[in-house]
Design a protein around this ligand. Sequence first.
Ligand SMILES: C[S@@+](CC[C@H](N)C(=O)[O-])C[C@H]1O[C@@H](n2cnc3c(N)ncnc32)[C@H](O)[C@@H]1O
Length: 351
Amino acid sequence: MEGKGAYNRHARLQAGGGALALPQLEEAARKIELGPSDQPVVIADYGSSQGKNSLAPLRGAIRVLRSRLGTNRPIFTYHIDQPANDFNSLFAVLDTDSDRYALDEPNIFPCAIGRSFYENVLPDNHVNLGWSSYAAVWLSKIPMPIPGHFMMLGSTGAVRAAFDQQGARDWEAFLALRARELRFGGRLVIVLPGLDDRGVAGFESIFDHANAVLAEMVDEGEIKAEERERIVLGAYVRRLSDLVAPFGTEGQFNGLIAECCEMSVLPDAAWLSYEQHGDKELLAAKHASFFRATFMPSLTQQSIEQAASVEQQHHFADRFEQRLKRRLADEPGPLHSYVQLLVVAKVGAVP
Ligand SMILES: C[S@@+](CC[C@H](N)C(=O)[O-])C[C@H]1O[C@@H](n2cnc3c(N)ncnc32)[C@H](O)[C@@H]1O
């Protein structure tokens, strides 16, 4: 995600998707087993980025937990992300944001862990309540290049099959690791962008425009063709059937059961405002900033020389964003997308 707090400023789409899951997160906070009263309660936030979008969910969960625990029992919150994440912005948000969940809460202890969630990030049987929003869509590795596109939604045949395989493997790995970390009676609430039964995600148009921008940049000599070929987004969007597949006919996976698995439509808030104000440039600017803050660092990393300075990377992102904005303003369209919600509970022993 783009650093210096940019993701926090431009990830309203993800905030909207996360908000749809707040009732289920609060219900999970009501249902979890709290364990011995002399031990802290542990909340884990898997893929927190810079933290702004974690504040409302964690505040809601903590409010429910406090009503069960009273004020004295310590609550540890762990925000987990990749080592390269902008943890400075995360700590600033946790410390000073007016919506911070530790405000007036003396016994909350926020922590951060810089390690991939495709590894164990916390000890076994440690987490009471987990939250992961718009994060497990990122793969542990990119299986192969995508000819003619940079996003798996634009792939077919053997390339798509390789992404399908990686997506299935990573999803099982993610769940199996969380199964270890959860305590018995613990819950994990997962929010993801999704595909409907036809395989449509709802935000194909912005990826196609971005793909056309990359082609323009090659044609006009702004990036080399071989740099363009290296650009692949390590993200994989799943169907609901993919999410429940590991649970099989037994309904269990490594001691986890799926208590809830559903999908809803997330209306594009920027588009709904555009229908009122009619300003195409403003709509395009919002969509382009969302795209840049969420996806540009992954694209930049792969496209330009390893030795490129931060200024060169920034310059590349600026030129890309300007071009994307131009295209989006010329062809305004909504990004109504799908949001999946999965709640899993740990009920059995992990093999
Ligand atoms: C789109 S952001 C979501 C941030 C926030 N949860 C939200 O709902 O807006 C995805 C985050 O997941 C993180 N992420 C991706 N792969 C990861 C991994 N293997 N381990 C830990 N974090 C990862 C990214 O670094 C990024 O900060």
